[in-house]
Design a protein around this ligand. Structure first.
Ligand code: NOJ
Length: 605
């Protein structure tokens, strides 16, 4: 028996339906592809322009680390343009650039001092226009990072805001009196709220004798989203980039926009003995109940969506996609981020439920993928396993022996499941997390504050490994972060002609989801649901042969019998579409043999 949460079944409600494989195959014949969202664009975009994001592979570029062209050791926009053919061959539909706006670079671009320009170390607006034009020629959209929770403390808005209490920009940020302040003492911060990057979230400003709130670094003051002028300013900023042909935005730290106006303290998280849990920065861990995911976020996102949806251009037709940085506690909260048909919000809020299980637990993956299929109201999940803030797959899922196999297995989960997929640069060649060994080498400030428990994010931001040379083909200068020793074997040049490489595996998986209808648009249906070693699922689309995927989550060979697990009658022959070397071509689904962490993908004949 298996638990079905297919497209067709969603219309009947959210209940799980368990059925045999044969019945599922029969039911699939009646399912219809997901309905396209109603669009009102004067440019009359084609269906593919409207729907491009639903099955998109979105590649995250960390511009500092991707490709340098001027020898300063930091990547730049012209470097990304130079590598577009590589990205095209990989098969990506869009690139998401982490922030490239002018910035003091305290948080490597997430502290923006001008939202309408390009930081000189990355290039110019003309370079940006060229990147977009060249990307669009290759049908690759460029997605900008939009940081609305905070600005840099060097942004003119903040400079004005902190200049005096009666400055018109004062109310653009979150200012409060301290507790117990006197003429000679600043007193205490307004409450116990903490910065995610360590210590109090309140910074005393001696000139105007108040505290300002910063969820992240001191140099990243939070904007006041209760001030309508802030909303209008960001609508205008979105428009500025939409006019330049961007394919959408990724909204940073979106769940942090609002804080509880009561300013009540947050709860302290305690261990089972009632003692406060202490975080890497030496502070008591707080529950986030007053500063994360507060009411108000959804209304802002709906406004941003309306802004993007109103944009119509014959030069740049099609949907502008809104991606959310949505680390949320559960699927129900994630569901809310899509909004409603009347008031849509994100097309693609990040689904961190699946990729951040951080353990190769088949049952957990099955449950989370089933949730993504059945509990998001028919919306498209955006799956991901890592990004510039989290160690790569090897460090979170690897066993140190089979890391490459595990990375392949999880790439199959990422790319052969229904939804859009985020691929972090370098994962497609198997780049490894390489954290700094000494505190004095750390570049990311949180790695300095938190050393040695928190080593920062340098380890997942090392230069892209283009070839085996000392600087990996990334720069002719001194790279801003060291090139890891793994460059000797893990690099694009070594992998591009090797049919068994990680790069070849990614390309094949991406090709599959672009060319086989079941992978282009099919629902996910979990199979063999009692199996704790192998995760198997079927992709099923109306009018197309179904396909099955089996992924071994263990270091031992496994044999699965999907015919028995699914009662068999509907299972006919299998045609192999893709497999890892240890997998044997089965003639039918009653005997799929998988090597350690092996993957088999076949089409039901
Ligand atoms: C999330 C970004 O991904 C991260 O890199 C940044 O430090 C914080 N938001 C603050 O903007």
């Amino acid at each position: 028996m298996m638990c079905l949460a297919a497209e067709g079944m969603r219309r009947l409600g959210r209940a799980f339906v368990c059925m045999t494989l044969a019945a599922a195959l029969a039911a699939g014949a009646q399912t219809a592809p997901a309905k396209a969202k109603a669009e009102t664009k004067s440019a009359s975009p084609s269906a593919s322009e409207l729907n491009w994001w639903k099955n998109a592979v979105i590649y995250e570029v960390y511009p500092r680390s991707f490709q340098d062209t001027n020898g300063d050791g930091v990547g730049d926009l012209n470097g990304i343009t130079r590598r577009l053919d590589y990205l095209k061959q990989l098969g990506v539909d869009a690139i998401w650039l982490t922030p490239v706006y002018p910035s003091p670079q305290v948080d490597f671009g997430y502290d923006i001092s001008d939202y309408r320009n390009i930081d000189p170390q990355y290039g110019t607006l003309a370079d940006f226009n060229r990147l977009v034009a060249e990307a669009n020629k290759r049908h690759i959209r460029v997605i900008m990072d939009m940081v609305m929770n905070h600005t840099s403390d060097q942004h003119p808005w903040f400079l004005a805001s902190r200049s005096s209490r009666d400055n018109p920009y004062r109310n653009w940020y979150v200012w409060h009196d301290g507790k117990g302040e006197t003429a000679t003492s600043k007193g205490e911060p307004p409450n116990n709220w903490q910065s995610l990057f360590g210590h109090s979230a309140w910074q005393w400003d001696p000139r105007t004798r108040q505290y300002y709130y910063h969820k992240f670094y001191i140099q990243q003051p939070d904007l006041n989203w209760r001030n309508p002028a802030v909303l209008q300013a960001f609508k205008d900023i979105l428009d500025f980039w939409l006019q330049r042909g961007v394919g959408g935005f990724r909204f940073d730290a979106i769940t942090a926009l609002f804080e509880d106006p009561s300013l009540a303290d947050e709860g302290v998280v305690r261990d089972k003995n009632g003692k406060p849990v202490i975080n890497a920065y030496g502070d008591p861990k707080l529950d986030g109940s007053k500063t994360d995911n507060q009411p108000g976020v959804n209304a802002v996102v709906a406004e941003m969506r309306a802004t993007a949806d109103q944009f119509a251009s014959t030069r740049f037709p099609g949907t502008r996609v809104l991606i959310g940085e949505t680390y949320l506690p559960n699927i129900a909260e994630l569901r809310k981020m899509y909004g409603t048909p009347a008031k849509p919000e994100f097309e693609l809020p990040m689904d961190t439920q699946v990729g951040f299980i951080d353990k190769l637990d088949v049952a957990a993956f099955r449950a989370r993928l089933t949730d993504a299929e059945s509990r998001l109201g028919g919306n498209v999940p955006l799956l991901l396993f890592d990004n510039h803030d989290n160690p790569r797959i090897d460090m979170r899922y690897g066993d140190g022996v089979h890391n490459a196999g595990i990375e392949r297995a999880l790439a199959a989960v990422l790319l052969a499941s229904r939804g859009a997929a985020l691929v972090y640069y370098g994962d497609e060649i198997g780049m490894k997390t390489t954290p700094p060994r000494r505190k004095q080498d750390v570049k990311d400030p949180i790695g300095i504050t938190g050393w040695p428990k928190e080593k920062g994010r340098d380890g997942e931001r090392t230069p892209m490994q283009w070839n085996a040379s000392a600087n990996a083909g990334f720069t002719t200068g001194k790279p801003w972060l060291p090139v890891p020793p793994s460059v000797a074997t893990i690099n694009v040049q070594a992998e591009q002609d090797n049919p068994n490489s990680m790069l070849a595996w990614y390309k094949s998986l991406i090709r599959l989801r672009k060319t086989v209808p079941a992978f282009e648009r099919g629902s996910d249906i979990m199979l063999d649901t009692e199996n704790t070693k192998v995760l198997s699922w079927m992709r099923q689309a109306s009018g197309a042969p179904p396909a099955i995927v089996s992924v071994n989550f263990t270091a031992e060979p496994q044999t699965v019998n999907l015919a028995a697990a699914g009662a068999g009658a509907g299972l006919k022959k299998l045609k192999t579409l893709l497999k890892t070397p240890g997998a044997v071509d089965p003639t039918a689904s009653d005997r799929i043999v998988l090597g350690p962490y092996g993957v088999y993908i076949g089409q039901v004949q």
